[in-house]
Design a protein. Structure first.
Length: 116
């Protein structure tokens, strides 16, 4: 059974930093790209960041580029999203995602709240 569990969310002041983690199980972690999305209250889910299966290639949404860094540690079945210079508009539930051909898996998310 594929599971994704996010952690690390919380309340932080604008300008601060947080590190989110997503631990996967039930699949060969090193064989798949991983992604983070976020969903703010009343808004659609949006793409945040992607890392390729080897952890060597990343890409980011324009809104977070230069502030967020995604890394993959396949030995720990974990991806980490380091977020810095946080803004109130980064407030959202952050969700980890993996696309295993034919099926799309999501974690339950972790809430990030950035105060002014």
């Amino acid at each position: 059974q594929v599971t994704l569990v996010e952690s690390g969310g919380g309340l932080v002041q604008a300008g601060g930093s947080l590190r989110l983690s997503c631990r996967g199980s039930g699949f060969t972690f090193s064989s798949y790209d991983m992604r983070w999305f976020r969903q703010a209250p009343g808004k659609d889910r949006e793409f945040v960041a992607h890392v390729n299966l080897k952890g060597l290639i990343t890409n980011y949404a324009y809104s977070v580029k230069g502030r967020f860094t995604l890394s993959k540690e396949s030995s720990k079945n974990t991806v980490a999203l380091q977020m810095s210079s946080l803004k109130p508009e980064d407030t959202a539930v952050y969700l980890c995602q993996v696309d295993i051909p034919g099926l799309n898996y999501w974690g339950k998310g972790t809430l990030v709240t950035v105060s002014t």
